[in-house]
Design a protein around this ligand. Structure first.
Ligand SMILES: [Zn+2]
Length: 158
């Protein structure tokens, strides 16, 4: 486990697990040097926060990967990063998003939960801005998507 400011990096399988806050200490662009066989796989489930300097560094990482011909795959992208991908087109680079978290709420019991969406399995529905149906982990009732699909899924549109 490696620590950079308030962010940690942990290699697991073919992925680098990124967790914590991404800020000016993150030096994400250096991760391009750790690509394996032309691929850089980032697991972002543990990311809690990214500030504007972190976003700038993220964009540098994407640009460096594109320049070096490295395919970037993003897995389990946490909600704070999904918001950046939606707001700032340059953060998307040429990356493939395999899965990401999205906010759901249960009308029956009031539970709010960030749930993982498989972007490949649900590609058709997501292209039509349709949130995949999810069952409440608490009571089993169908959950409602808790954001505007046109806004939250816009990063997936070509
Ligand atoms: Zn419920």
């Amino acid at each position: 486990m490696e620590t950079r400011g308030r962010m940690t990096i942990d290699a697991q399988g073919d992925a680098l697990m990124i967790a914590g806050a991404i800020d000016e200490a993150a030096a994400l662009h250096e991760l391009v040097n750790r690509a394996l066989a032309g691929r850089l796989v980032l697991d972002l489930a543990g990311v809690t926060f990214i500030n504007s300097l972190g976003v700038r560094d993220w964009i540098r990482m994407q640009a460096a990967a594109q320049k070096a011909g490295i395919a970037v795959e993003l897995r389990r992208v946490a909600e704070p990063l999904v918001h950046q991908l939606n707001m700032i087109i340059a953060t998307r680079g040429n990356a493939t998003v395999a899965s990401f978290s999205a906010p759901y709420a249960c009308d029956a019991c009031g539970r709010e939960e960030s749930l993982l969406i498989d972007a490949f399995a649900h590609a058709g529905g997501l292209a039509r801005m349709e949130p995949p149906p999810m069952a409440c982990p608490e009571c089993g009732a169908p959950m409602a998507f808790n954001d505007f699909p046109e806004r939250y899924f816009s990063f997936l549109q070509p």
